[in-house]
Design a protein around this ligand. Sequence first.
Ligand code: SF4
Length: 440
Amino acid sequence: MKSIKTQLELARAGVITEQMKQVAQDENVESETIRQRIAKGEIVIPNNPLRKSQKAVGIGKGLRTKVNVSIGTSSDICSIDAEVRKAIAAQEEGADTLMELSADGDMDAIRREVLKAVSLPVGNVPLYQAFKETGRKYHNPAKLDPEYLFELIEKQLEDGLSFMAIHCGINQYTIERLRKQGFRYGGLASKGGTFMVAWMDATGKENPLYEQFDRVCSIMKKYDAVLSLGNGIRAGAIHDSHDRAQMAEMIINCELAELGREMGCQMMVEGPGHVPMDEIQGNIMLEKRMSGNAPYYVLGPLPADTGAGYDHITSAIGAATSSWHGADLVCYITPAEHLALPNEQDVREGVRATRLAVRIGDIAKYPEKRENEKLAAMARRDMRWEDLGKYLMFPEIARQMRAERSPREEKTCTMCGDFCAMKKGMEVFSRDIKYDKAII
Ligand code: SF4
């Protein structure tokens, strides 16, 4: 495919693209503001002109915090149909972006079927297929040929992917930090990152994605795809958060974000992982400061290591905190995290928990955008159940729960019945309601 101008290059040239207009309309922000922030690298729009059906989604400063869903096969559970169903479920539940992270089966076929099934921007981690196919061919992933890796990235983009997490920030310096600090309490957590570390350890060579970073950027630019700088040495335990290895990779990723932008490539930085709650704000401040406000894509983070079985909730608490302090895109976590490959129901639960979490974060981040919460509270006060449904995030679930346990008296619910404080409060104060506390 011949080169095109990226959203970043067009924004710098003063052009407002169709994608920028779409994002502006969805977010209720001026198109010119979107253009200016893209030009500065503060907003990205994952795009790939080869995939005409894709929705334009803006990620970055001043925009609603977005939710990513990751799906994909493993060597133990591998079904194209199941992954397509999960992708559709993610879209139905309101995810903003999707990562197709299959690590086994016919990976080209899975990617193409998923791309056909949804209109969300779809990204991946190209290292998974690169190491899997190399392992199939040579029975040793350490035989990965960097030329094959670069060809594969281009082949995957040809299918219509619009963002990729690529582990460019791991180099021999970061690996040395892991050794010198005595490794870690919680080991490594990134599949692609760990296999790249193992390749570097086996070959003694530098990471080709770091060494040939300009080549990575020029391939991404050809498709106007966003390069998300993978957090390959991210902490997988709160006790490893912000250790020297994590920080070394973060510094390099932030430096690469700046270099990539200079080349006209849309850039995003990926973050942890596992971070205790008191460190989340600092983590985000560091990324924003060191990268020149590149959009920050965090994986929750999880602020505790003991919630397995409920880690969608553990992560939601981290996601609310991270979105409050400036994270721009949050990867969901499902109840199956750390235990098993998520099924369709896990995906649905994970998206709901994360959407709610980033809504809470956005309420704190953008106090001027709280109107919906006020309208919901007033509808609840007045027992306007039908109106309330318009403001709730999960109206169907709320309706079903109320219907299953319906009260004797419509103006209450079975939680308190005769002791309904809402009803009693209105009996006493309904004639006093005025100003903007009255129904508009
Ligand atoms: S019964 Fe209790 S929970 Fe239900 S609406 Fe009234 S005050 Fe709220």
